[in-house]
Design a protein around this ligand. Structure first.
Ligand code: NAP
Ligand code: MG
Length: 395
């Protein structure tokens, strides 16, 4: 199933299907139009339907979409500021987001030791993203209070966070749930087995002896209960203290799955993305705990380029992450349906993209990074034409 989107990525989307997929594959695409205007006219029902369809079919591919803010409400005359489609889909699929860079021989990572992609899995629920905070105005006590709802909760608990004696300050209360942490751990191991990647997980459990320790315990339980599956895939699970993991990542060759708590994943995924080169080379996949996959590019609708495109001006927008969203989905489809030719086709399309760039033809975001002398800067469509030509020749 496919989810269409907005602006420059919508333009690229149509072109991918028309030029790189439909001429070669007999594929029954279930189409959901998640453009902001169609979400508006269906009162966002289309987003919910799409997420449920992704669960039903097991594999989906999504174009970048506008998350409306007040300016967008005015621009399109929307009924309201609809929520982020990605947030809606993530909640319905109870999914974890994995961000994976595409690596190329002539686009060197900024970190010299990185040879293989580092995939970052971010737990996208709770912690400071759902906290309550206070500016403590003056002297006084801040306490943490637990009021059990039933008998399994035991006794009420009351802990002193701080006795502010000489003046105010700040305080916060945050939480996570065993259910969400377990879903996260499951999605991480399911993905790792599918992609044959060793798993790294890290917290600061030396300091946070209950909160972070709970994450560590749940990951360990999950790793233990799936030991045979991990062994079968030839992969390992390692736990690190976050400081140690950060140092190890910089020295490593890459090629592993780096699972992080919410804040760590937010921050570290940006570092990894930039460390590998360009947003146009970063893919993203949402995986549910029972192994349903939704593929997309990590970047947005590239509005600045779309404004130029609308005026009839030339753009050089990188379509690689969007193409790889399609190849990821097609490859997975082939595995599920036991149609290896489909997966093979996806592999050939990926190879055509890599060969095009490594052959020196690329969009403007990459010409600035490449080690290829005098690269040919292609516009949005010339690049896709060059990929189509190579694909055609490889079949
Ligand atoms: P963006 O679309 O990712 O673009 C930010 C800038 O990054 C671009 O202006 C461009 O820089 C560069 N860039 C990103 N992707 C590129 C590509 N494929 N090729 C070349 N350059 C690329 O982020 P944004 O402008 O902040 O957001 C635009 C819209 O996208 C917003 O409405 C937002 O809600 C939405 N969004 C959607 C998703 C999603 O659906 N997953 C994610 C993020 C944002 P230069 O202009 O310097 O060339
Ligand atoms: Mg971030």
């Amino acid at each position: 199933m496919e989810m269409d989107g907005d602006e420059m990525t919508r333009v690229i989307w149509a072109r991918i299907k028309e030029q790189l997929v439909l001429p070669f594959l007999d594929v029954d695409l279930k189409y959901y139009d998640l453009s902001v205007t169609h979400r508006d006219s269906t009162d966002d029902k289309v987003t919910v339907d799409a997420a449920n369809a992704c669960l039903e079919y097991g594999v989906g591919v999504k174009c970048a979409t506008i998350t409306p803010n007040p300016d967008r409400v005015k621009e399109f005359g929307l009924k309201k500021e609809w929520p982020s489609p990605n947030g809606t889909i993530r909640t319905i699929m109870d999914g974890t987001v994995f961000r994976k860079p595409i690596t190329l021989a002539n686009i060197p990572p900024r970190v010299r030791s990185w040879k293989k992609p580092i995939v970052v899995a971010r737990h996208a629920f709770g912690d400071i993203y759902r906290d309550q905070e206070i500016r403590v105005p003056g002297a006084g006590k801040v306490e943490l209070v637990y009021t059990p709802a039933g008998s399994e909760g035991g006794e009420p608990q009351r802990l002193l966070v701080n006795d502010f004696k000489t003046g105010g300050g700040v305080a916060m209360g945050m939480f996570n749930t065993d259910k969400s942490i377990t879903s996260f751990a499951r999605a991480v191991f399911t993905f790792a087995v599918g992609e044959k990647l060793n798993v790294w997980f890290n917290t600061k459990d030396t300091i946070s002896k209950k909160y972070h320790t709970r994450f560590r315990e749940i990951f360990q339980q999950e790793a233990d209960s799936r030991k045979a599956e991990l062994d079968g895939a030839g992969i390992t699970y390692s736990y690190f203290l976050i400081d140690d993991a950060v140092a190890q990542v910089m020295k490593s060759e890459g090629g592993h799955l780096w699972a992080c708590m919410n804040y760590d994943g937010d921050v570290m995924s940006d570092m990894v993305a930039e460390g590998f080169g360009s947003l146009g080379l970063m893919t993203s996949v949402l995986v549910s705990p029972d192994g349903k996959y939704e593929y997309e590019a990590a970047h947005g609708t590239v509005t600045r380029h779309f404004r130029r495109h609308e005026k009839g001006e030339e753009t050089s927008t990188n379509s690689v992450a969007s193409i790889f969203a399609w190849t990821g989905a097609l490859g997975r489809r082939g595995q599920l349906d036991n149609t290896p030719e489909v997966s093979e086709f996806a592999g050939k399309l990926e190879q055509a993209v890599l060969d095009t760039i490594e052959g020196g033809v690329m969009t403007g975001d990459l010409t600035r990074l490449t080690t290829t002398p005098n690269p040919k800067q292609a516009n949005t469509f010339q690049f896709m034409d060059a990929v189509a030509e190579r694909l055609q020749a490889s079949l």
